[in-house]
Design a protein around this ligand. Structure first.
Ligand code: SAM
Length: 627
């Protein structure tokens, strides 16, 4: 399968209504697409009445198409929502429309022109990565999944959608979108009482829905269509194969975040947009201890040829670019990623079949040019992300103590500092101080960068090391030096000067003409420790109760089966984000969004396999399998 999703071929001959050539069907009806959406889908799901008294409502659409249904939902939501209520729309599309085609289609609906302009300005990128787009002013989160509907649904971790729009092309032309297996997934991912609407009353769709547990009802159709379908799922089917990695929402009102680095700040921002109060505590006297005190860092993607984390890395990059652009802190200098000897074949393969479209990724002389990538100054980004949070500096937390359903944070002298409903450990290496997280295998690596006068490159370049244009000069690095626990985290003078020599040597190899222009005497250096994990993937999730977890799942050590339905043991309300390594600026915004969403039981963002590969419980699981 190609790494880019297929583009649909559109025929516009039909009175300006887009028709998908491959399916011989239209995206919306000739006789008033918006009115049809309202009559078939919104009314079919009992909207807007169904969400009128709800703080949160989650809906899933199969067939994003032009986004017209989303605009109709958005318009109705704006008019009728409770202040502070949030609507999550998840939508799935296998053949993403180009922005220009969507714009052409939506231009026919002046009633929603303002919303269409906002959606088109943030039109999803054609790539196999989930994309969550927030329209915070309206309490609306749109999550677009790209791929075959049945596969995307099957890969989704547990969800409780309140309503469904089934808007694939007609079943006769597109049976894959209406299969009994797909409809069973719809039921699995529904809340009890979920409503479903569709334009078709085809017998196999009705039978498939009934077999999945829905009660179906034919209703008078819209326009030239005689009938439409409404369905309701009284009781959701029981979960089969309960997850063994903990993920229980805690719906907090106040969250304490330990660590005011990029991970903590991103999490605070994601919680603030959900109306949750956040207090961010850091042991340092001011912002910018650790790697976040570096003058700047690169935001660029990790490209994987495949594997469960490939969609995560793409999604993280897209999310980071959008987040930093929205905050006005991305300096889009572009990044040319050149192949290192050991990865030359992989990069060539990726360029021959790229996972991102041309306006994001260009092949140039055997290198990948990341057109939208750039530099971020972490302090600026963190300050912007913390706008909605309370910040406490010089506030080291020594221990967490259960207090009712929440947690009390204790200072080193035993004093109670704060009570919160949930805690996020985003404190890098300090994670190991907390008994609950001691099982997490974090290692430290010291990274040093240099910056100062020199000829600024036209764009940043990387090949293991990197150089970027910075304040009219250059910024380059970075070293990876294992931190010896005994020697401590601080680098001494000798270590700093050895690291500088290695950085200069690496620059001379990467960009000799720039290396020659560098004014070595005026260079500045900074070294900071990054937290890394043995599998080089970051860690994000609810912290399992290690001992109880290992006991509960001990049978896995001998290839045994899990007999219990008991939820995976966890320190309820304690989350971790860590091990971001050298990619913290790129991965933090999405990880923050992931954790904030899980606290609130928002619909899933990542495929289950990717989600599991980031979960802290994976280390316990591996330890069991090794026994
Ligand atoms: N709701 C859309 C709108 O508001 O414009 C119209 C949807 S159109 C009738 C059907 C959509 O389903 C198309 O965009 C098509 O590409 C998509 N589609 C078709 N087969 C699919 C599949 N197997 N998985 C996911 N999407 C599919």
């Amino acid at each position: 399968m190609p790494r880019l999703p297929p583009e649909p071929q559109i025929d516009w001959a039909d009175e300006g209504v887009p028709r998908a050539v491959a399916f011989g069907d239209v995206y919306f009806s000739r006789s008033g697409g918006l009115a049809e959406t309202e009559a078939v889908f919104l009314a079919g799901c009992g909207l807007p009445q169904a969400w009128e008294s709800r703080d949160r409502f989650a809906l899933c659409e199969l067939g994003f198409g032009t986004g017209l249904n989303v605009l109709a939902l958005w318009r109705a939501w704006k008019k009728t929502r409770l202040p502070h209520a949030q609507l999550h729309i998840s939508t799935i599309e296998a053949f993403p429309l180009a922005r220009a085609d969507a714009a052409r289609a939506l231009a026919q609906f002046p009633e929603v022109a303002d919303l269409a302009a906002k959606l088109l300005a943030r039109w999803p990128v054609r790539t196999f990565a989930p994309q969550r787009i927030w329209f915070e002013e309206d309490g609306l989160a749109l999550t677009v999944f790209t791929g075959e509907a049945e596969t995307i649904l099957a890969e989704m971790a547990s969800a409780r959608f309140d309503a469904w729009f089934l808007d694939g092309f007609a079943p006769a032309q597109n049976p894959a979108m209406w299969s009994p297996q797909l409809l069973r997934q719809v039921a699995r991912l529904s809340a009890s009482g979920a409503r479903l609407a569709t334009f078709t009353v085809a017998g196999e769709v009705r039978r498939g829905l009934e077999a999945a547990g829905f009660a179906v009802e034919k209703k008078p159709g819209f326009g030239r269509k005689r009938e439409r379908l409404e369905a309701r799922l009284a009781v959701r089917p029981p979960d089969v194969g309960a997850p063994i990695y903990p993920c229980a929402p805690c719906h907090p009102k106040r969250v304490a975040i330990l660590g005011a680095g990029i991970a903590g700040a991103a999490c605070a921002q994601a919680l603030a947009r959900r109306g949750v109060e956040t207090v961010v505590l850091d042991a340092a006297p001011e912002l910018g201890a650790g790697a976040s005190g570096n003058p700047a860092g690169l935001v660029m993607p990790r490209l994987d040829r495949g594997g469960v984390l490939a969609p995560f890395h793409l999604a993280a990059y897209l999310h980071a670019v959008a987040a930093y652009e929205a905050l006005g802190v991305l300096e889009r200098c572009q990044v040319e990623q050149r192949a290192e000897a050991r990865s030359a074949e992989a990069l060539a393969d990726l360029l021959a079949d790229p996972p991102l479209p041309h306006d994001w990724l260009e092949a140039r002389d055997g290198a990948a040019l990341h057109v939208r990538a750039g530099l971020v100054r972490p302090l600026k980004a963190i300050a912007a992300m913390l706008r909605g949070a309370s910040l406490m500096c010089e506030a080291p937390v020594e221990a967490l103590e259960r207090a009712g359903a929440g947690w009390v944070l204790r200072a080193p002298d035993g004093r109670a500092m704060l009570k919160a409903d949930a805690v996020v450990l985003a404190c890098g290496a300090a994670l190991a101080r907390f008994a609950a997280a001691r099982f997490v295998p974090i290692a430290l690596s010291r990274g040093q960068i240099e910056w100062g006068r020199g000829r600024a490159p036209a764009h940043a370049m990387t090949r293991g090391s990197y150089v970027a244009p910075f304040d009219g000069g250059v910024l380059f690095g970075a070293t990876f030096d294992k931190v010896n626990e005994l020697a401590g985290e601080e680098a001494d003078e000798a270590a700093l000067s050895s690291a500088r020599k290695r950085n200069l040597a690496a620059l001379a190899k990467l960009a000799p003409e720039i290396a020659e222009s560098v004014d070595e005497g005026a260079l500045r250096s900074r070294a900071a420790c990054r937290a890394t994990t043995p599998d080089r993937a970051p860690i994000a999730g609810l912290v399992p109760d290690a001992e109880a977890w290992l006991n509960q799942y001990a049978a896995l050590a001998h290839g045994g089966r899990i007999e219990t339905d008991a939820p995976p043991p966890a320190h309820a309300g304690v989350y971790v984000i860590g091990g971001l390594g050298a990619r913290g600026l790129t991965s933090a915004p999405l990880l923050g969004e992931l954790i904030a969403g899980e606290m609130q039981s928002d619909p899933p963002l990542l495929p289950r396999a990717a989600r599991d590969a980031l979960h802290p419980a994976r280390f316990l699981h591996r330890a069991l399998k090794r026994r």
